[in-house]
Design a protein around this ligand. Structure first.
Ligand code: C2E
Ligand code: MG
Ligand code: MG
Ligand code: MG
Length: 283
């Protein structure tokens, strides 16, 4: 399946590998059933200004609630779904659900909130994507400018000839594009300059070392400078402590996301915390 002209190394016990494969196949078939039974749902995590006061956007994050009530996080099923066309269906479902939820956020007084949507490589690299996205968004009467599509840096960069025209098309249609997990891939600066992107999301791994690890701090500051110089918004992901938030603020980061500011939550919780009727924040 990996194609010709390559050497693959296999090690360890073949039996154990077959077990892993068998488990993945079972999971994939469970995922198909889950899709048919509508067991997926979205949570939204706030993206705030660096003072933690104004909500500027939310990121839609998919979860799977199994029949027995357990909730499975996306890292445990998205990579499996990506092995089949199922990921394309899941991706369309996410967009449709966001198009139903966004007007409710707006009606609840959340103003110009943007919704960030994660896109997996196979959905993004599908040539039909721009046409399908615009059809869904138009049918729902949602302004594509309210949506920001998150593509990981590594997906974009490793297939740049294929991704660039798709990104340009999406940007032309009015969608905003964000480079997710920034710093984990390998962007050349000249390449970055040509991408039609609105924002960069600094991967959570770099935030883990802030403010005590000198290298992580240097990397984060460099990314903040880079964003400023390229007139891109920079969002720091995985902000968990006041010390991290203080550091980010000191070096000019304007947008933050993380457990300190808010965990992913259902639509109702989001509206009650951030809608116009939400209790006023302490001064
Ligand atoms: P991501 O796009 O980088 O999303 C950020 C992840 O970091 C989310 O995990 C979020 O809950 C978590 N996070 C946010 N703040 C903090 C924090 O302060 N501390 C810690 N420890 N974690 C934090 P989640 O929801 O488990 O999603 C994991 C990944 O699954 C996402 O990473 C994204 O790559 C993928 N994913 C999620 N939803 C979708 C989707 O609808 N479609 C696709 N294709 N992928 C999705
Ligand atoms: Mg993301
Ligand atoms: Mg990320
Ligand atoms: Mg990630």
């Amino acid at each position: 399946r990996n194609g010709r002209n390559r050497v693959s190394h296999y090690s360890g016990d073949q039996g154990a590998q077959q077990d892993v494969l068998a488990r993945q196949l079972i999971l994939l078939s469970e995922l198909h059933d889950a899709y048919a039974r509508n067991e997926f749902f979205l949570e939204y995590q706030p993206i705030m200004d660096a003072h933690g006061e104004a909500l500027t956007a939310v990121e839609a994050l998919i979860r799977w609630r199994k029949a027995d009530g357990t909730v499975v996080p996306p890292d445990q099923f998205i990579p499996i779904a990506e092995q089949s066309r199922l990921i394309v269906h899941l991706g369309r479902w996410v967009l449709q659900q966001v198009c139903r939820d966004l007007p409710r956020m707006q009606a609840a007084g959340m103003g110009k909130v943007r919704v960030h949507i994660n896109m997996a490589a196979p959905e993004f690299l599908d040539g039909e994507l721009p046409a399908e996205l615009i059809a869904i968004v138009r049918a729902a009467r949602v302004d594509p400018g309210c949506l920001q599509l998150e593509l990981t840096e590594s997906v974009v960069m490793t297939r740049i000839e294929k991704s660039l025209p798709i990104m340009r098309k999406l940007a032309q249609l009015g969608f905003e594009i964000s480079l997710d997990d920034f710093g984990m891939g390998y962007s050349s600066l000249s390449m970055l300059k040509t991408l039609p992107i609105a924002s960069l999301k600094i991967d959570r791994l770099f935030l883990e070392g802030v403010p005590h690890n000198r290298d992580d701090c240097a990397i984060v500051r460099t990314m903040l400078d880079l964003g400023r110089n390229m007139k891109l918004r920079v969002i720091a992901e995985g902000v968990e402590t006041d010390a991290q938030l203080g550091y980010l603020r000191q070096f000019g980061c304007t947008l933050v996301q993380g457990y300190l500011l808010g965990r992913p939550m259902g639509l109702a919780a989001l509206i009650s915390r951030h809608g116009a009727a939400a209790p006023a924040k302490d001064a």
